[in-house]
Design a protein around this ligand. Structure first.
Ligand SMILES: CCCCCCCCCC/C=C\CCCC(=O)SCCNC(=O)CCNC(=O)[C@H](O)C(C)(C)COP(=O)(O)OP(=O)(O)OC[C@H]1O[C@@H](n2cnc3c(N)ncnc32)[C@H](O)[C@@H]1OP(=O)(O)O
Ligand SMILES: Cc1cc2nc3c(=O)[nH]c(=O)nc-3n(C[C@H](O)[C@H](O)[C@H](O)COP(=O)(O)OP(=O)(O)OC[C@H]3O[C@@H](n4cnc5c(N)ncnc54)[C@H](O)[C@@H]3O)c2cc1C
Length: 668
């Protein structure tokens, strides 16, 4: 039977080579081929079916996710998949489970903080999954405030042991993924006490990581350990496939050599030593690594929501504004729909490119760290923290908007959007609360501004070198067309970021106690950080356009997306641009007018741009976002796939409805 493509007319409108755009989106022909292979491996295997997931109760759901993870492991071994292939396989299975933390945090923590000897011992075991690990940092009472962690690790010189203890209820480890039910091991963060002395009363050396056995082989906890799951989380299915755990220690002994020893050591005699040439911030290194990964992944999450909303918008017709009777308008042709949808489409591309750049930055910093060059660590920290915060917040808001863009059907689980929202929303909290992370960026920016004159700003903050120009030269835009020039756009974002940073730095200088100033101005500081991070995203998109991009019409389509992203932000944050005096109201309104023109240029390419994401229907798991656009019959069928429709008479009907109908409520 011939398959009907309900979106064919839309696909025919494309003004660029979709196959070439797929390569740009994937990053390279090799990446495209790799992702395509892994996505289809998952899509074509019944073991990875996921549509029934939201109907399962927690225990069934969890067992189901363990089965999938085991099956994935078997595939990795049977097919001899590389670590990279295995990573994409897990990604397309699309279900948070313990291997995410094992591969994503436990192994990187050992790699980054273990001594050579420790790495040699633990990494092969971990990579072969003979042990399964998690990352136990957060406590019930302390999440963002890592320095406040209460778990103690007291050195016992007599027995050459550390004693790990949870002295208070609030010191209970709380949230680590994979901890609750599965992990055999954990990297645990605790305060170090040697010879009765708390290291780090001043906040320098007060917590260190330890790796130790959590379970006995018969799978009951070691003596002195209490472990469990933190409980049901938001959303059906969603993150409930993960065993986020709680953990308490009652004077648990571990050998001294299970302290991760790259940054500092405790000797047999009980002497504490910090490696001179290694900054203590290295113990935060795993977080830098995961924040980078989150940015690399988040564009795919947003692209998924946008793909669903764009396809449905290009199919569903509503009345025109002049006639409420004739259903003639495609939703995507409403200007108001475009102004909500197209900036999200542009954001997905923008986040993809900034994610590629961040990966490059991180790879570079990682190589430097291995060679004990720590000079770029502050920038890597600020960039990973800021971009993690910016992109996850925008993505989660974007998914919610996509849900609304699909009307009532977006609210159905079968649209794929509610579960995507539920599984993504904790990304604004985990790996650092987004506001807390933006305050770290602000600290970095303010410090850079304060040091102008005796320290050269580098990398993402190098615009601060041209402070004088940026503070005094205002925008030169005179026509709408003037706004679609890469260097002009970047300069506008630089001027806004620099002016906001300088104003805040001047306000901070008025406080006698800098920390009090930082606290009182924290809301403004977050805005400074947002401006800095948006500048990074815009400038990396503009830099991408300066590269050689093959394929008919591909570069032109990307240019439109870049300007949509940038001018949408100019419009959204026009208050910043006007208050800093960089733009006049006329220039701001020209930007908005140009944005409307760009929407009309993007419109014919909309479906092709989401097709270029190359998402399988399995990955989308959305009735309204199907590739073939055959929505309505499938929407109807999906309703009958719900077990709730197995019978006309639900449980409780005879008991609770009949008495009302028969007016026999008194018998209840
Ligand atoms: C949308 C869908 C996305 C899909 C993606 C899927 C993939 C992801 C799978 C994983 C899923 C879940 C995993 C979740 C795991 C976790 O959540 S682990 C726990 C994470 N916890 C946190 O992130 C805690 C946040 N808090 C902190 O990072 C720090 O404590 C904080 C930075 C807030 C510390 O603040 P202070 O106490 O003020 O800092 P100090 O300790 O005094 O240090 C200040 C100096 O150190 C520098 N610094 C800070 N952090 C780092 C770092 N990471 N690297 C390098 N340097 C760092 C800081 O700049 C200061 O430097 P200065 O003194 O100014 O020079
Ligand atoms: C799904 C999920 C998975 C997780 N996985 C892990 C894991 O594997 N391992 C692990 O160790 N942890 C994990 N966590 C814990 C996570 O890292 C913490 O939740 C996170 O760091 C935030 O800490 P908190 O929950 O204590 O929030 P809090 O720090 O209590 O923040 C609450 C509010 O206070 C504000 N706030 C806090 N501090 C400041 C400040 N200094 N200035 C201004 N505002 C502030 C925040 O902006 C926020 O609005 C996970 C969490 C979730 C939700």
């Amino acid at each position: 039977m011939e398959l009907v493509d309900h979106l064919r007319d839309e696909r025919n409108k494309a003004q660029f080579d979709v196959e070439a755009m797929k390569v740009v989106w994937a990053g390279s022909p090799q990446e495209l081929q790799l992702c395509d292979r892994m996505a289809n491996l998952v899509a074509n295997h019944p073991a990875f079916e996921k549509l029934k997931r939201p109907m399962l109760v927690r225990k069934e759901l969890f067992k189901n996710s363990l089965r999938k993870a085991a099956y994935a492991r078997k595939l990795v071994i049977d097919l001899g998949l590389s670590e990279e292939e295995a990573k994409w396989l897990r990604f397309y299975i699309d279900e948070p489970t313990y291997p995410d933390l094992h591969w994503g945090m436990f192994i990187p923590a050992i790699e980054g903080q273990g001594s050579e000897e420790q790495k040699e011992k633990w990494l092969p075991l971990s990579r072969n999954m003979q042990i399964i690990g998690c990352y136990a940092q957060t406590e019930m009472g302390h999440g963002s405030n890592v320095q406040g962690l209460e778990t103690t690790a007291t050195f016992d010189a007599q027995q050459d042991h550390f004693i790990i203890h949870s002295p208070t209820l609030t010191s209970t480890k709380w949230w680590p993924g994979g901890l609750g039910k599965v992990s055999t091991h954990a990297v645990v963060y605790a305060r170090l006490i040697v010879n009765g002395e708390f290291h780090g009363v001043h906040g320098w050396y007060n917590y260190y990581s330890f790796s130790f056995f959590l379970y006995l082989e018969d799978h009951s906890p070691l003596p002195g350990i209490t472990v469990g799951d933190v409980g049901l989380k938001f959303g059906n299915g969603a993150y409930n496939t993960m065993d986020n755990g709680l953990l308490r220690f009652h004077h648990v002994r571990i050998p001294r050599n299970q302290m991760l020893m790259r940054v500092s050591q405790v000797s047999r005699e009980g002497k504490y030593m910090q490696c001179d040439d290694v900054p203590r911030q290295l113990i935060y290194g795993t977080m830098v690594s995961v924040r980078q990964t989150i940015v690399a992944m988040v564009s795919r999450t947003l692209s998924r929501a946008v793909c669903i909303a764009t396809r449905y918008s290009a199919l569903r017709r509503q009345h025109s504004s002049s006639s409420l009777v004739v259903p003639c308008f495609l939703m995507i042709d409403y200007q108001s729909q475009q102004s909500r949808l197209f900036p999200l489409l542009a954001s997905a591309y923008a986040f993809k490119f900034v994610g590629e750049w961040l990966k490059w930055l991180y790879t570079d910093v990682k190589q430097r760290l291995e060679a004990n060059d720590f000079s770029t660590l502050p920038e890597a920290h600020a960039s990973t923290a800021g971009l993690k915060s910016l992109t996850t917040s925008a993505t989660v808001d974007g998914i919610e908007e996509c849900m609304k863009l699909c009307g009532g059907d977006g609210y159905l689980v079968s649209s794929g959007l509610p579960e995507l929202f539920a599984v993504s929303v904790p990304a604004c909290t985990y790996e650092g609360d987004n506001t807390v992370l933006m305050l770290q960026v602000a600290r970095f920016v303010v410090k850079t501004v304060s040091e102008v004159g005796y320290k050269e700003p580098l990398g993402t903050s190098s615009y601060i070198r041209r402070l004088n120009t940026l503070l005094h030269n205002n925008c030169l835009v005179q026509t709408g067309e003037d706004w679609v020039k890469g260097d002009r756009i970047v300069e506008a974002f630089e001027a806004r970021a620099a002016r906001m940073a300088v104003t805040c730095t001047q306000h901070l200088a008025k406080f006698q106690d800098p920390e009090q100033g930082f606290s009182e101005l924290s809301a403004d500081l977050v805005e400074v950080a947002v401006a800095h991070c948006q500048l990074i995203v815009v400038s990396k998109f503009v830099e991408k356009l300066a590269q050689d991009i093959p394929g008919k019409g591909v570069k032109e389509a990307l240019e439109v997306l870049c300007y949509v992203y940038a001018l949408f932000l100019v419009h959204k944050h026009q208050g910043d641009f006007l208050v800093t005096g960089y733009l006049t109201p006329k220039q701001a309104s020209l930007a908005n007018r140009q944005l409307r023109i760009l929407y009309s240029r993007l419109r014919p390419n909309a479906i092709a741009l989401v097709d270029a994401f190359n998402h399988t229907d399995h990955y989308l798991s959305s009735v309204v976002g199907r590739y073939d656009g055959n929505v309505y019959p499938n929407l109807y069928q999906a309703a009958f796939n719900d077990p709730f429709n197995d019978s006309h008479v639900p449980d409780g009907y005879h008991q609770y409805i009949h008495p009302i109908l028969n007016q026999t409520l008194a018998k209840l």
